[in-house]
Design a protein around this ligand. Structure first.
Ligand code: DLL
Length: 433
């Protein structure tokens, strides 16, 4: 039987959700306008005032907010309450430019942890569970968010943070951990290491995993589920909006329910900014409607996905987002063709490889090159050159039909591509270096 952390809101009628959203939206727009001069200026530039925003249909009158705004207003320019009311910051691991620093009041942290608790309960978690949180703790939101959610559910929480793989495995086995929270790439690595240590899926006490913070394919889910003997649930979020738990998967594993009592989602055309109908693919835009310290109105995530309002078998009524295909800024344009790393991953896993690969893009004599290094699994590893080149040929063909362009494939020995303990680095684009 499906269980919920906050059933009255998770299963509220669409009319109730709309009423909650509109009331909170009006208050939030006023809050931002009155307390954040940066927003007031943006709204004035667009000629819109708080009293113009009454219903969800008015949302599109408001200006977008982007990462560039966050950089410009860094560090305190978007804070909506006196600093004495803020109790925490978290920050992104961004590699370019300034980091994003997000602020929280105690109320903001409470709501964020509730969102994570909903995700844990949706994955079957109760106060009987031992929940190992192997996302990084510290500035990254993954560890603190799921740690707080796990406490709220009443799980016995094991705050291992990331890294030290053999110690992670020791805790899973010795404490009989039943729920694992980490990035999908780290879950795959844990599975690989457990196999090496002689543990099959039936020896591993885990029953569920809550994996997110990076794009991962359906094929990778199947792979992790098989190796660890668990059900693997997706979880989505971003620092700007709180962290993990903006959306989470339920037992149906058919898209992630967005916590609509806290976030309004829109899909837009990334080029024109036009709002697109449900089902259309585009950039996800969020309005956080009850954050105090760090109001985010129409924040452009750069994540490309779709929304569906079709009824879900789990009983939750909140809109679902599909798996993000990648970020519009991760999308590679190779010889004019749009390529998402997740498409490459799908082909590799369908051909029996694990998700250990690296994509290297370069430009040689004005032509883009796409080079994909793929690890062979220990079972397929051989020094028979004929066999290896036949495998390479099959992959080149599979990739050609998925992407529409030709890639160079190099099969490399098992364990030769570095493993990541947090978000995996899949792409090296030498054109940008
Ligand atoms: O990654 C928050 C998080 C932590 C989510 C733990 C889930 C679990 P940031 O570091 O700010 O926050 O990165 C946010 O990561 O815009 C997406 O591009 C990507 N992302 C997050 N979750 C998913 C997911 C955390 N489930 C950025 N699938 C987002 C695909 C995801 N991409």
């Amino acid at each position: 039987m499906e269980r919920y952390y906050q059933p009255s809101i998770e299963c509220a009628s669409r009319e109730e959700i709309r009423a909650i959203q509109e009331e909170k939206l009006r208050a939030q727009v006023r809050h931002a306008y009155e307390h954040v001069p940066y927003y007031r200026k943006k709204m004035e530039e667009k000629g819109v005032r708080p009293e113009d925003i009454k219903t969800l249909e008015d949302l599109s009158k408001l200006p977008f907010l982007s990462k560039a705004d966050l950089r410009e207003a860094y560090p305190y320019g978007l804070v909506g309450v006196p600093l004495k009311d803020c109790v925490r910051i978290q920050s992104t691991s961004g590699t370019t430019g300034k980091r994003v620093v997000a602020f929280y009041t105690q109320h903001d942290i409470d709501l964020w942890e509730d969102c994570c608790a909903r995700a844990i309960v949706a994955a079957g978690g109760t106060d009987e569970d031992v929940c190992q949180v192997s996302y990084g703790y510290g500035l990254f939101t993954g560890g603190p968010g799921l740690n707080g959610g796990s406490h709220k559910v009443g799980c016995l929480t094991v705050p291992t943070s990331s890294g030290n793989t053999d110690r992670q495995i020791m805790f899973i086995m010795d404490l009989s951990a039943t729920i694992l929270c980490c990035t999908p790439s780290y879950a795959a690595y844990l599975g690989e290491r457990m196999k090496e240590l002689g543990y099959g899926p039936d020896d591993i006490p885990l029953k569920a995993g809550i994996f997110g913070a990076e794009a991962w394919s359906e094929e990778m889910r199947q792979d992790i589920q098989r190796t660890l003997g668990i059900k693997a649930y997706d979880i989505y979020g971003l620092t700007e909006l709180s962290g993990p738990g903006v959306a989470f998967e339920c037992s149906a594993q058919a898209g992630m329910h967005i916590n609509e009592d806290h976030f309004i989602a829109e899909i837009i055309d990334p080029d024109t900014g036009e709002v697109l109908p449900d089902g259309a693919q585009g950039e996800l835009v969020f309005t956080a409607i009850d954050k105090e310290a760090f109001p985010m109105i129409r924040y452009r995530t750069r994540d490309i996905c779709t929304l569906t309002r079709e009824k879900c078998s789990c009983g939750r009524t909140h809109v679902r987002m599909g798996k993000p295909k990648g970020r519009s800024d991760d999308m590679l344009i190779i010889r004019g063709v749009n390529v998402f790393p997740s498409q490459i991953e799908t082909v590799l896993l369908n051909h029996g490889y694990a998700a250990n690969y690296q994509i290297i893009v370069d430009r040689v004599i004005n032509t883009d090159t796409l080079d994909i290094q793929v690890e062979m699994t220990p079972e397929m590893f051989t020094d028979n050159i004929g066999e290896v080149s036949e495998r390479q040929r099959q992959l080149v063909e599979g990739l050609k039909s998925m992407l529409g362009i030709k890639a160079k494939v190099s099969l490399v020995a098992p364990k030769s591509i570095a493993r990541s303990e947090g978000k995996a680095v899949r792409v090296i684009d030498k054109r940008k270096i």
